[in-house]
Structure formats: structure tokens, C-alpha cells
Design a protein around this ligand. Structure first.
Ligand code: ATP
Ligand code: MG
Length: 554
């Protein structure tokens, strides 16, 4: 993000000039998640904008739990949010806050508004308030608007003291009942709600509304730029009204950007939570989830996610990005950086009949041809190998150039072999393929220069390790599962996970660690599962296939 200037940076550049709003100041942003779920790829966009902008200007970014709503917050989510942000490569240093730390201050600012004649206690029920909110040609009404200041002060203090039932009274900002922006029609800024709060317990029975609380939180932390998604645009006049009418120490500026949408998934914590609670996925970190912990477990790298956001850019126009572009960014990263290995997902035995029974030789292969500095490793070869079942056909289809009786193929990095036949069980299923090797083709090239059309992967049956391979596909079968008039749960892909238990992988993988990523030759990019992988239980998740037809336009 840092090398990629967007419209927010153009605004900031202007403000930093002599005479500008931020001249001589340090740029200070914040990321304010509500701790009611795990972060997803959309939050990562906001993270890149908030932390990335601070980074670009040598400024700082706070992490603040937006926990003014007492109903849903949970410590599990707070810890997970911190971990995901660190994983993406951002840090808030010692500036970690809870919005609930400011409840007392917010209360004082509310009192200040009442004393200035800019807020009043209203007795309309939510239904009455709705009835009296007017429309574009009729102003809203409240019979309590002109309540004397002293009376509002007294009632508000008694609201705090717990003298009234939930929902009975509200505190409303006195702004403009005729405003064309309904957010300015004397919005409610405090309500009574006797729900225990995850941090303040039962200390409060009144809670500030987001539109009042958020600008105060920003101002108390010295935030210069409050960057948020587009749905807050119509709330900006209220944001400005609050910072201009209470005696906060600074006046942050809110700037909105478009939210990220991605095809074939949903990006709402409520919907993601539903998937988890309905058992449609194994948890928030299921590798099919668009959560950061799910993507991480799947095999995504922080770099691929940051790169994805950077290339999508930042604008004011909501757009839906093809999931294939996210995969493209991952593939690009893993192609450059992942170690190459061989593994066989659907193994069948290959017996080299003219290879000595008790002989084993080793081949030295490059770990990553894209990165020679990563060196090489040894792989073993012997008479009995595992190959992919689909690399043999007793009766070849048209244009099938792999193993069939009489045909030659190259075993990657090893030898050229010629297929001689196969063994079958009583049901006619192929249980082993037979071949003979060309002694003079060590390394995979023929001595006489004859062309070999196909190269297949293999592992030595003497040294191969058993592995479980988890093959993932899209979680939803349609591009836009969360269209307003549909139920996204109806579009769950029943085949989004295939588990293969008896795969065979090369011996070097015994040294793999959870979250290590590999290119399995010809099969795709795989990641050692960060929960279930251990030395006795090798579990690899397919992060992404090797190729697809996707071509990015950026
Ligand atoms: P959700 O609808 O997924 O629950 P939210 O906006 O309620 O999202 P918050 O925890 O309030 O979630 O979000 C923290 C920050 O992340 C906010 O500034 C919000 O604007 C931003 N954000 C959330 N989703 C997206 C998205 N899809 N694209 C860009 N920014 C997002
Ligand atoms: Mg929210």
C-alpha cells in the first residue's frame, strides 16, 4: 500500500502543506473493529488503509476495540483480532484501546451539550420517534425539544443513576429537525440499556450511540484522519457536528472509502458467524472462510493479501472483486517463494522391472528454480514408486501422452521409462503399472536426443510418507450469494471440501512445519495445516491450483 498513493493521500498531501489543516503534524489514524467476530478480507482492506497511510507519512495508527455496544463483544475476538493484525505485519505499539474506556468522558461531553442547550432528554418511544421523523418535505417533531436545560440535566443524571427502565428515555442532540439528512434530525446520542458490558460490567445502564461516541473516541486519541467505509458518508455531518460542539482536544477529519466485496463469498461477520454456528464450516478459521485466520490456514501469505489490496486500489466506488484475483495474487507469491516438492494425491504403484531390487539412488533437485539461492535437496529413487493413478491409461484416449503400454514418459528429474503393462485385481481394476527404465537417461534426458512428450511426478515407495490432503473449492456455488432477496445458505457448495487420506509425499516433508507452503509439482500450492499437522500426521491444505484462465486487468 505504501508505494501506492490514492485519493486519501492526495487529500493528506494538501493538508500537510504550509497553512493546511495538518501542517507540521504527525498523521495519526486508527483501526476500530467491533470485537464481535473475526477479521475478514474486507477488514484487511481497512487495515491496509489505516496502518498503510500512517506508515506512508511516518505517522502512527491506533488499534481500538469499538466496544460501546454492550451486547456482543467477546475477549476471544479481541485476542484473535490482535493476532490477525500482527500476522498481516502491522503493529499498534502501546496504543491499544477500548472505546469503553471513554464512557465517563463521553458522559461529561453529553452533559456539556445539554448545558449548552444542544441536547435534550426525549420521552418518545422508538415507535413514536419513527412516526414523527417526518419525510423529505415534512420536518421531524419532538414535543420535548424545548425542555428546559435544568430539567434535561436532571433527567439525564437520573438516567445514568438507573431510575428509568430500558428504552424509556433518550438523550437527543438538538440539531435540525428539518434537515434533508435524516441523521441530523435530532439524533439519539444516549439510550438506556441494562445489558452487562464485557469490560465495564454493570457500571453503566446508559450507552452512547456510535455516531456520538466515535468522533469523541477519535478526538481523545488525537486522531488526525478517521478513515472509514462509505456507509458512514451520510453520518459525516454529524461526526463534524460532534467534534465542533463538544470541547474535545482536536478535530479529526472523517474520510470514507469504498468497501471491498469479493465474488463467491459473504463478507459480513453476522453471516460468517452463521456459517460457523450452523456447522457449515469447521470454525472461523476453516480454510474456506474469507476470514484472515481462514485464509492463513488455507495457505495465504500476508504479502499476497497486502498485494491484493494494493492492486485493487482505494476509491469511492463500491466494487466486487473476482475471488480469482485474490488467488492470482497468492499464486504469484507462492510461485516465487514456495519450495517445490513431489507428492501423489491418488497413488498407484509403478514397478520398474529392469531396476535392481535392492538398489536406491538419489537425485539432487532444486528447491525452487525461481530462487536458486534456496539450494537443493536429495530425493531417493528405487524399483517401486508411487505415481498418480490418472497418469496411466491402459487404453489411451486421443491426445493422451502419459503412461500407456508401449509409451515413454519422463519421471521428473529421474529417468525416462517405457510402460510395459499393468496388473489388475479380480474386478479388473489396475493395481500396479509396470515399466522399464532407460539406463542412459539419468536425470531425465535421453542419450540419443529422442523427444519425450510428458513428464510426470512420482515418489519413491521405500521412503514415501503417508499424508492427508484437503482439497478445497469455493464455499458458494454462485458469484453473489448474498443478494438481498436470497438466502446465502442455499448456495453453499456441497463439494467445497474433499479429504484424501492415503496420499503419498516425498520424505523431505517430514521436516515440514505447520504453515510451511509448498508447490506440489503439477498439483498446486499446498500449506501444512496449522491445527492438525504434526510429524505423525501430515496434513496439507490445497491453497490454490497451479493455474487457471484468470488474467488480471490491473
Ligand atoms: P461487518 O459488516 O463485516 O460486520 P463492520 O463494518 O461492522 O463489518 P467493524 O468491526 O465495525 O465491522 O469494522 C472495522 C473497520 O473495518 C471499519 O472501519 C469498517 O469500515 C471496515 N470494514 C469492514 N468491512 C469492510 C469491507 N468489506 N471493506 C472495507 N472495509 C471494511
Ligand atoms: Mg460495524
Amino acid at each position: 500500500m505504501a508505494d501506492n498513493k490514492h485519493f486519501i493521500h492526495e487529500i493528506i498531501d494538501e493538508e500537510l502543506k504550509e497553512g493546511g489543516r495538518c501542517y507540521g503534524q504527525k498523521i495519526h489514524t486508527r483501526f476500530p473493529p467491533e470485537p464481535n467476530g473475526y477479521l475478514h478480507i474486507g477488514h484487511a482492506k481497512a487495515l491496509e488503509i489505516d496502518f498503510g497511510t500512517a506508515e506512508l507519512y511516518g505517522g502512527i495508527c491506533n488499534l481500538r476495540m469499538d466496544d460501546t455496544n454492550p451486547t456482543k463483544e467477546d475477549e476471544e475476538f479481541v485476542e484473535a483480532i490482535k493476532e490477525d493484525i500482527h500476522w498481516l505485519g502491522h503493529d499498534w505499539d502501546d496504543r491499544f484501546f477500548y472505546a469503553s474506556e471513554y464512557f465517563e468522558k463521553m458522559y461529561e461531553y453529553a452533559i456539556e451539550l445539554i448545558e449548552k442547550g444542544l441536547a435534550y432528554v426525549c420521552e418518545l418511544t422508538p415507535e413514536q420517534m419513527k412516526e414523527m421523523r417526518g419525510d423529505t418535505s415534512t420536518p421531524a417533531q419532538s414535543p420535548y425539544r424545548d425542555r428546559p436545560i435544568e430539567e434535561s440535566l436532571d433527567l439525564f443524571k437520573r438516567m445514568r443513576a438507573g431510575e428509568f427502565e430500558d428504552g424509556k428515555l433518550t438523550l437527543r442532540a438538538k440539531i435540525d429537525l428539518a434537515s434533508g439528512n435524516f441523521n441530523m434530525r435530532d439524533p439519539v446520542i444516549y439510550r438506556i440499556n441494562r445489558l452487562p458490558h464485557h469490560r465495564t460490567g454493570n457500571e453503566w445502564c446508559i450507552y452512547p450511540m456510535y455516531d456520538f461516541a466515535h468522533p469523541i473516541e477519535d478526538a481523545l486519541e488525537g486522531i488526525t484522519h478517521s478513515l472509514c467505509s462509505l456507509e458512514f458518508e451520510a453520518h459525516r455531518p454529524l461526526y463534524d457536528w460532534v467534534v465542533n460542539n463538544v470541547s474535545v482536544p482536536c478535530k479529526p477529519r472523517q474520510i470514507e472509502f469504498a468497501r471491498l466485496g469479493i465474488t463467491h463469498t459473504v463478507l459480513s461477520k453476522r453471516k460468517l458467524r452463521n456459517l460457523v454456528e450452523n456447522g457449515m464450516v469447521s470454525g472461523w478459521d476453516d480454510p474456506r472462510m474469507p476470514t484472515l485466520c481462514g485464509l492463513r490456514r488455507r495457505g495465504y501469505t500476508p504479502e499476497s493479501i497486502r498485494n491484493f489490496h494494493s492492486r485493487n486500489g482505494v476509491s469511492k466506488v463500491n466494487a466486487v472483486v473476482d475471488f480469482a484475483f485474490l488467488e492470482y495474487c497468492l499464486r504469484e507469491d507462492l510461485n516465487a517463494n514456495a519450495q517445490r516438492v513431489m507428492g501423489v494425491v491418488h497413488p498407484i504403484k509403478l514397478i520398474i522391472d529392469n531396476y535392481p531390487e535392492d538398489m536406491t539412488e538419489t537425485f539432487t533437485v532444486e528447491n525452487n528454480p525461481e530462487k536458486p539461492e534456496t539450494g537443493s535437496r536429495e530425493i531417493s529413487f528405487s524399483k517401486n514408486l508411487w505415481i498418480e493413478a490418472e497418469d496411466f491409461m491402459e487404453v489411451p484416449e486421443k491426445k493422451y501422452f502419459r503412461l500407456f503400454p508401449g509409451n515413454e514418459v519422463r519421471l521428473k528429474s529421474a529417468y525416462v521409462i517405457k510402460c510395459t503393462g499393468c496388473d489388475k485385481d479380480e474386478n479388473g481394476n489396475v493395481i500396479a503399472v509396470h515399466a522399464e527404465y532407460d539406463v542412459e537417461s539419468r536425470g531425465g534426458n535421453t542419450a540419443d536426443g529422442r523427444r519425450i512428450k510428458s513428464t510426470i511426478h512420482w515418489v519413491d515407495a521405500n521412503t514415501a510418507l503417508d499424508a492427508e490432503i484437503r482439497l478445497y473449492d469455493r464455499l458458494f456455488t454462485v458469484e453473489a450469494p448474498d443478494l438481498a432477496d436470497c438466502n446465502y445458505l442455499d448456495f453453499i457448495n456441497p463439494d467445497s471440501l474433499t479429504i484424501v487420506k492415503n496420499a503419498k509425499v516425498e520424505a523431505s516433508l517430514k521436516n515440514a512445519k505447520p504453515e510451511d507452503r509448498f508447490q506440489f509439482l503439477r498439483l498446486g500450492y499446498f500449506c501444512a495445516d496449522n491445527k492438525d499437522f504434526n510429524a505423525d500426521n501430515l496434513v496439507f491444505n490445497r491453497a490454490v491450483s497451479l493455474k487457471d484462465g484468470y488474467k488480471p486487468s490491473v
